[in-house]
Structure formats: structure tokens, C-alpha cells
Design a protein around this ligand. Structure first.
Ligand code: AMP
Length: 209
């Protein structure tokens, strides 16, 4: 199954994507994770992307489209994929449509105040990618990853000023994609305002899994 996840930053796309990837046995392609890997690896793409990411803006379309085109061409994507954080602009959506069809678009919906609280409390493990939340999903030991024992950090772009900018970017550039995909009747809405488990359940229900 070829799935696109839409939703504001912090809506829970990553959580839904991971569950769907495990259930459907198709890769989870997170544009943000791929960009962060490039930043950490000091690649040309990473060096160019970092300034935009730190400011809460979008990395230019040509860079992201090139990166995702390459990823989607790999063998593991041929039976399906979960796209998380791509496309994020109409130009990206148009480019994607020249590469592959899409079976369903899940729009993950949460009130803005809930999201701001979630993002401010989010802590991530740079070593293994595990995600925690100081309010509703804390690690057993403060600041330490339950999975691998690594030090947890707050993402640079989860600082309050950057969160506000990421929201503004989402409203301006990404929200129009809901109308874009609604024209082809591909969009299903997922309520993600409850617990992580409720969101997983709502996601399964939306796909009849
Ligand atoms: P995310 O992990 O999805 O919240 O993405 C983190 C940051 O990476 C975003 O705030 C953008 O700066 C950048 N980014 C991720 N996906 C895209 C995309 N499809 N187009 C442009 N920039 C992106």
C-alpha cells in the first residue's frame, strides 16, 4: 500500500508511520529523518538543508524532491511505502505524482494547543531514534533513553520560537495539499488528540486493518 501522511508538525505522523510500516511491512520514509541524517553526516545536502531546518522553514523543493526521488527508486519501495513529511508543498506533490501513484492520504488532525505542548515536551535519542515526551511518555530515567541508554536531547527545531514558525510554514505551504488530494478522493482523517495508543487504533480503523 502506498500511503502519504499529512498533518501539522507534532501531529503524530511519525508514530502512525512506524505502526503502519510494521503492520504492512513497507518502509517508513521520513523526509525529516533523511534530512537529519544528511545534516549529521555533513553531506552537501545536509549543509544546505541545515539553515532552513534550524529556522523552522522548508528546505528548497529541488533538494527534497531529489532526495525522495532517489529513496523511492530503491527496491524496498516497490511494494509500497509510508511517506511521512513528504510532500509538504504543491510542487512536491506534483513531482511525486510523476514518480508514483498514491493509494491513500491520511490527514492526522490535532488541535494546535495540544501540539505545542507535545513538541515542547518531546525528547529524542540521537543514537537510536527513540522518541519520548516529558509529559505523557517520559523515559524511566530523566534524560536517558530506555532503549539504548543514550543521552536524550531536545531537537533544535522544537524550541518555542521555531515551533511557531514551523506552524506558520505548515499552514501556508502544506495545508493546501489536503484540497489537492481531496480532489482525487484520497483523504481520510485521523483524530490524534488522544493517547498514542488511541492514535494507532484510529489509524488502523481508517485503513480497515
Ligand atoms: P520533520 O521531522 O518532518 O518535522 O521535519 C523537520 C524539518 O525538516 C522541517 O521543519 C523542514 O525544515 C525539513 N523538512 C522535512 N520534510 C521536508 C519537506 N518535504 N520539504 C521541505 N523541508 C522539509
Amino acid at each position: 500500500m502506498r500511503i502519504v501522511l499529512l498533518g501539522a508538525p507534532g501531529a503524530g505522523k511519525g508514530t502512525a508511520a512506524k505502526m503502519l510500516s510494521d503492520t504492512l511491512n513497507v518502509p517508513h520514509l521520513s523526509a525529516g529523518d533523511l534530512l537529519r541524517e544528511n545534516v549529521a553526516g555533513g553531506t552537501d545536502l545536509g549543509i544546505q538543508a541545515k539553515t532552513f531546518m534550524d529556522a523552522g522553514g522548508l528546505v528548497p523543493d529541488d533538494l527534497v524532491i531529489g532526495m525522495m526521488r532517489e529513496r523511492l527508486a530503491r527496491d524496498d519501495c516497490q511494494t509500497g511505502f509510508i511517506l511521512d513529511g513528504f510532500p509538504r508543498t504543491l510542487d512536491q506533490a506534483e513531482a511525486l505524482s510523476t514518480v508514483t501513484g498514491i493509494d491513500v492520504v491520511l490527514n492526522i488532525v490535532v488541535p494546535e494547543d495540544v501540539i505545542v505542548k507535545r513538541l515542547s515536551g518531546r525528547r529524542v535519542c540521537p543514537s537510536c531514534g527513540a522518541v519520548f515526551n516529558v509529559d505523557n511518555n517520559p523515559p524511566q530515567t530523566n534524560g536517558v533513553c530506555d532503549s539504548c541508554g543514550g543521552d536524550l536531547i531536545q531537537r533544535d527545531d522544537d524550541q518555542p520560537e521555531t515551533i511557531a514558525q514551523r506552524f506558520a510554514t505548515y499552514r501556508e505551504k502544506t495545508e493546501p495539499l489536503i484540497a489537492f488530494y481531496t480532489r482525487d478522493d484520497l483523504v481520510r482523517e485521523i483524530d490524534s488528540s488522544g493517547s498514542v495508543e488511541q492514535t494507532r487504533e484510529n489509524t488502523r480503523a481508517a485503513l480497515g486493518l
